[in-house]
Design a binder for this molecule. Structure first.
Ligand code: ATP
Ligand code: MN
Length: 294
């Protein structure tokens, strides 16, 4: 199974080089089309460019970097790779592009160029995450030293251990084709986790809780059954009761997934930029790469 189209926004002079092995891993999984996008911000022109240089110089050097990436990704078996350099505010350009011509997936780094270690997510990715309806894969970069891409590490063995979080919602169901796609990387293990959220259970009686548990045990078994022919070595289902965020982060702590796959509510009506609290917490606090599906 191939992913139809993937949009990859890149910070050319930041962590892009660090992200390349992880992006290559995604490309090798099977993508029909990839589009690289770099957005030149006005501020960058002011700070980085000598007064004598004109725009064509900057665009030329960005072009060289992007061209190199393009051929790297083509070498991973993607037949159609394009790249574009736009001017503006990155997250707005990214959203606009994704809206005009929706890709199957957007891939972005957790950090770009500023690289502040205590910041959990860079502002471009944060904004795209809150405003897009397109599935977003956030590549986790660990930052040791502010502004230093050399201090960043990334796990490029993305699909070794997959943690799939489900509340059996429509959004969570839309994760299933992505898991099938990842399965071709031959993960060692897939954990399918559902948390019986005590905040929602209240004021259910013990009898009702037992009923929920039975129903959800059945639903987990059905999911496992469905995924059994994907070719994943081991599939484990887990049903736990507690605070959803705490339990999920607890399982992530012990299982150490390389990637977490989860659904999240899309934008609803007047309440734009809505992201469920669980998705918010996982994206900000887990160590793994995270795929958020709407
Ligand atoms: P901040 O910019 O908030 O100070 P940061 O630079 O560490 O922090 P982001 O800019 O959000 O973090 O970078 C995260 C990801 O966003 C990058 O890995 C890249 O995918 C994308 N990105 C950032 N800047 C650009 C850009 N100018 N053009 C295209 N993509 C970008
Ligand atoms: Mn940035």
């Amino acid at each position: 199974m191939k992913m139809k189209s993937v949009l990859i926004p890149l910070e050319v002079y930041g962590t892009a080089g660090r992200m390349l092995p992880a992006v290559a891993e995604i490309a090798r999984l099977g993508i029909e089309e990839a589009e690289l996008l770099h957005v030149e911000t006005e501020l960058m022109h002011v700070i980085n460019v000598p007064e004598t240089a004109d725009d064509s110089d900057i665009y030329e050097s960005d072009d060289q970097v992007l061209k190199g990436w393009k051929s790297n990704i083509e070498d991973c078996g993607v037949s159609k790779v394009e790249y574009e350099v736009l001017k503006g505010i990155p997250w707005i350009e990214i959203l606009e592009k994704a809206e005009n011509n929706p890709p199957s997936l957007i891939v972005m780094g957790s950090h770009g160029k500023t690289l502040i270690p205590r910041m959990l997510l860079g502002s471009q990715t944060e904004n795209v995450l809150h405003h897009t309806d397109v599935p977003l894969l956030i590549l986790r970069l660990s930052v040791m030293k502010k502004g230093d891409p050399e201090s960043c590490t990334i796990n490029s063995d993305l699909f070794r251990r997959v943690l799939y979080l489900t509340d059996f919602s429509e959004e969570a169901k839309r994760c299933i084709p992505f898991i099938e796609w990842m399965a071709s990387a031959k993960p060692d293990q897939l954990v399918i986790l559902h948390v019986q959220d005590t905040r929602r259970l209240w004021p259910a009686t013990q009898e009702q809780i037992n009923e929920f548990n039975e129903k959800d045990t059945r639903r987990l078994a059905e999911l496992k059954e469905q995924m059994n022919n994907y070719g994943i070595s081991q599939i484990v289902t887990e049903l736990v009761t507690g605070n959803a965020i705490d339990e999920i982060l607890g399982v992530a702590d012990s299982f150490k997934p390389t990637i977490i796959v989860m659904g999240a509510k899309g934008r609803t009506g007047a309440l734009k930029a809505l992201l469920g609290g669980v998705a918010e917490a996982v994206v900000h606090r887990a160590d793994a790469h995270v795929l958020v599906v709407r």
